[in-house]
Design a protein around this ligand. Sequence first.
Ligand code: ZN
Length: 512
Amino acid sequence: MKSLYNEKETNKFKTDLDLRVYTSRLLGKDSSLVLHGGGNTSVKSSATNLFGEVEEILYVKGSGWDLATIESQGFAPVKMQTLLKMAKLQKLSDTDMVKYQRVAMIDPHAPNPSVEAILHAIIPFKFVDHTHADAVVTITNTDDAADKIKEIYGDKVLVIPYIMPGFVLAKLVYDMTRDVNWSELEGMVLMNHGLFTFNDNAKKSYEKTIELVDKAEKYLASKGAEYALSSEIMETSKDLLCDEELIKLAKIRKEVSDIKGYAVISVLNDSDEAIYFSKQENISQRGPLTPDHVIRTKRIPAVIGDDFKSDLALYVKEYKKYYEDNKINEIILNPAPNFALLKNMGVLSFGKNAKEANIIKDINEHTIEAILKAQKLGGYKALDAKDIFDVEYWELEQAKLKKSAIASEYSGKVAVVVDALSKEGVIATKTLKDKGAEVVVFDKKKYIDKKDIEKIIKIFGGIDIVVDGLKIFTPHSKFDFTIEEKFMKNIAEFLKLGIDSNVCELKCAMKI
Ligand code: ZN
């Protein structure tokens, strides 16, 4: 792993925060360090208030921001004094922590500070960088992980046993570091979670992350835990999917949508690694790489063999049991899977739209890589179900549930618009997109062949609406094949397996 820091680019920066934005983005650029909103960074600086008083401020990543694209307004400015006082409390619920951190912000319009704000505050350095680096998390998900971390870093890195993120983690680190000589430390490894580095210099803090992750990567390589699983993978041969397989994909997506209670997009990862992993039923059931992922992926995938209906029903039954076994008074989440191993075909990810499904797919790709490496390092080992449950059913996540917006009629649905450049085609495309559908457009002249359909089914999972000029087809439409043969012949079979829509609403919106 190499540093991407470029002195020339940093010359133009005037403030601490400018530099903080720059190195945060460098971390965010590398998906092996942080993924989709994961990780967080901070800088300690000062600001003069309305009364002319100078206050020490922690600018910490706001929740909802992604390190890859963060801007200065993505950092929440919180008074250091309050955060340091909070660290001394014996008890604090995460809901109260979020509430009182908001009260301690000097800009009411800024986003909520990261749940790790207190932890950032107690680290006595100006810049703090926190990532969920794949290489580090991979090693911490194996037997005797703490010994391995010690072998790699010696005493230069403080090892923090796994504990849930939020106040309890900040408290644990606060207690563990009271007598620590920080100047002798290069970083902290949080078991099953990630890495912290720190320095008064932005470049040094960032480059310490790179250096420590590089050491972890080299350690993995030295143990033969590398990605290329050539001998196992070579056995897999990959042809184009046959009709039967495509139909099965569409049926699975329909079934998952039925269980979820809303239309989902189902994206297939059929890379060699994913196909290989699809046969590793046992390892896949051990749990996620880090609890941070559980919100997106759920704890484990469904395993789908020949009988997808009963396999999915079994998943739901087992999910409910997991909930019953671990709950105190939480509200149960939707019991349908968020991803599934489809034996010999790859890994399916389900989302309420293509964006969400692809985020889950990305997380799965990193997880598969980490699991296969950990297997070569003595065996992949995830946290207990109870630890995962605590994050999945975290009070802060439960609160989000109560105010989550209801998806629109067309979100998660897949529309095909033919003759998309015609007046009607343009209107239909815009209307469907505005209503949240995933839209695939074709020029009239283009015959929709099997290859096109295969692509649609692989990246979306099905077809729910076909629009041709003023004609709108849904799963219950009667097809006149003499007129529609041009494009309906291949599509009709899949459309019948789609999810129905209220066409009146669409026609009305299109004014036809
Ligand atoms: Zn974290």
